[in-house]
Design a binder for this molecule. Structure first.
Ligand SMILES: [Zn+2]
Ligand SMILES: [Zn+2]
Length: 199
């Protein structure tokens, strides 16, 4: 009994350490990218909710090291409570920007309506995707990996057409011209967007 309890605690501690390392590494990479495009505050705040008990405990429990603990939780209980908590609080996920439709007279209109992401969150989403691709592909990472993932159509949730168009535009630029040029273009786009906001 004692031994069992100790084994259980050991696996939890290992999961917690592994998960913590994964989060820290991911945040460091996103922060670095965000700073390069001028998103200082967002770079510092990125994915902080992953340290909250609702996300961290689940992530530690299902930590495997080779794939997302969210998928392991989905297999175990049928959905990912950690992901639902995460996407509901983090504006850099396009899934955050899904609203209800007021159907009005048209009963066939879709119920869920994707809202266009503000540019600063679109930019953070791009930095997030690049960081995820870098970790996922390791030393085989190439500038077109994020574009390939996007074009593979794995993502099924509705994305606003403007957001989708912008995302593809910058991922294509990244694939064709590399980080330096793409980050410069995103930085410029953010500057212009800020100006528009002030006008
Ligand atoms: Zn996130
Ligand atoms: Zn992230």
């Amino acid at each position: 009994m004692h031994l069992l309890l100790r084994d259980f605690e050991m696996s939890n501690i290992k999961g917690a350490i592994g998960h913590l390392r994964t989060i820290n590494r991911h945040r460091r990479l996103v922060r670095k990218h965000c700073f390069r495009i001028g998103l200082i505050r967002q770079g510092l705040m990125h994915d902080l909710s992953k340290y909250s008990p609702s996300e961290f405990i689940v992530g530690a429990k299902y930590f495997q090291g080779t794939r997302s603990p969210n998928n392991a939780e989905r297999e175990a209980i049928g959905y990912s409570s950690a992901w639902l908590h995460h996407k509901g609080r983090n504006k850099h996920h396009y899934e955050y920007w899904i609203d209800y439709n007021v159907r009005g007279k048209d009963p066939d209109a879709p119920v869920l309506i994707p809202v266009e992401m503000p540019k600063k969150y679109l930019a953070e989403m791009i930095m997030d995707r690049i960081a995820a691709s870098k970790v996922y592909c390791g030393k085989n990472y190439k500038d077109d990996d994020s574009l390939k993932y996007f074009l593979s159509g794995i993502e099924k949730a509705p994305m606003h057409p403007n957001t989708s168009k912008d995302l593809e535009f910058y991922l294509r630029m990244l694939a064709d011209k590399g980080e330096k040029e793409t980050f410069k273009a995103i930085r410029q786009m953010l500057k212009e967007d800020k100006k528009k906001g002030r006008a």
